[in-house]
Write a protein that binds this ligand. Structure first.
Ligand code: IPE
Ligand code: IPE
Ligand code: MG
Length: 238
């Protein structure tokens, strides 16, 4: 692993769209529409912050429980995002992949996913992973169930299997920095395995008002932290 030369893997739980809108007397869906615009700014700012992989939590497996109007608007927004952003992603060297289950995704969106992934597959500046119909626990269960029984498996093998069942084809990477907007301090079933040693950063700022300046601030905080991975501080190791 060449963690010192490769960029950060940042993951973001993009939360607070609904509360942002309701606080302005608008329907929750208005927050999702503004939130979708923010994604573009954050994706484009990520490489200059030293981020080489960005995983965004867009829709959890539990989010299907929301009112059907909200769910269908979100599905339409994802599709629109993929279609609209593909050209910019190619120009910016962004490789887009959707991670999560695919068996419950509407056919139209599935088609857009395939097109966007194919069109952007040569991107080398940023790996953009968007989690849709995602549940970390479901991924772990599926991965564990698909490994051959009766033999011992390594952490790396299980990790690769988690990636495979959720359609990630690139290199496996742990999360370096996990950001959650919207004021809640929980993981909501996101990247539980990959966050084993992630630095956690919570901000009250709601996703529709999150800006590249806020991203930069989060990365600054991350850089000021000392990661020890269970060992002693570097200075004490001599
Ligand atoms: C996050 O914002 C977006 C999705 C979960 C799709 P929310 O919709 O959860 O916003 P709040 O948390 O209700 O404010
Ligand atoms: C997590 O946010 C999912 C996304 C941001 C896509 P939720 O709003 O669904 O999480 P809870 O319900 O507050 O835990
Ligand atoms: Mg929420």
């Amino acid at each position: 692993m060449s963690a010192h030369v490769e960029g950060i893997h940042a993951a973001i739980i993009m939360d607070g769209n609904g509360r942002w809108a309701v606080g302005r007397g608008k329907p929750r869906t208005a927050g999702h529409i503004v939130g979708a615009r923010v994604v573009r700014d954050i994706v484009e700012a990520a490489p200059s912050c030293g981020i080489s992989m960005l995983t965004l939590y867009a829709f959890s497996a539990d989010n299907w429980q929301r009112p059907s109007r909200e769910v269908s608007l979100l599905m339409r927004l994802f599709r629109r995002y993929l279609v609209k952003e593909t050209t910019r992603c190619i120009a910016n060297g962004v490789r887009m992949r959707i991670i999560g289950r695919r068996d419950r995704i509407p056919a139209e969106l599935l088609k857009a996913i395939h097109n966007a992934e194919e069109a952007t597959k040569h991107g080398r500046t940023l790996d953009l992973r968007i989690a849709v119909d995602y549940s970390a626990r479901d991924a772990i269960v599926r991965a564990a169930s698909s490994l051959p029984r009766g033999t011992k498996h390594t952490i790396e093998e299980l990790q690769r299997e988690i990636d495979r069942v959720y359609h990630w084809t690139g290199p496996s990477r742990d999360v370096d920095l996990l950001i959650r907007t919207g004021g809640e301090q929980r993981l909501s079933d996101f990247l539980l395995w990959e966050c084993a040693y992630a630095e956690l950063y919570f901000t009250d700022r709601k996703w529709p008002e999150f800006s590249p300046v806020d991203l930069e601030a989060a990365v600054q905080v991350f850089r000021s932290r000392e990661r020890r991975f269970g060992a002693v501080p570097a200075v004490a190791a001599g």
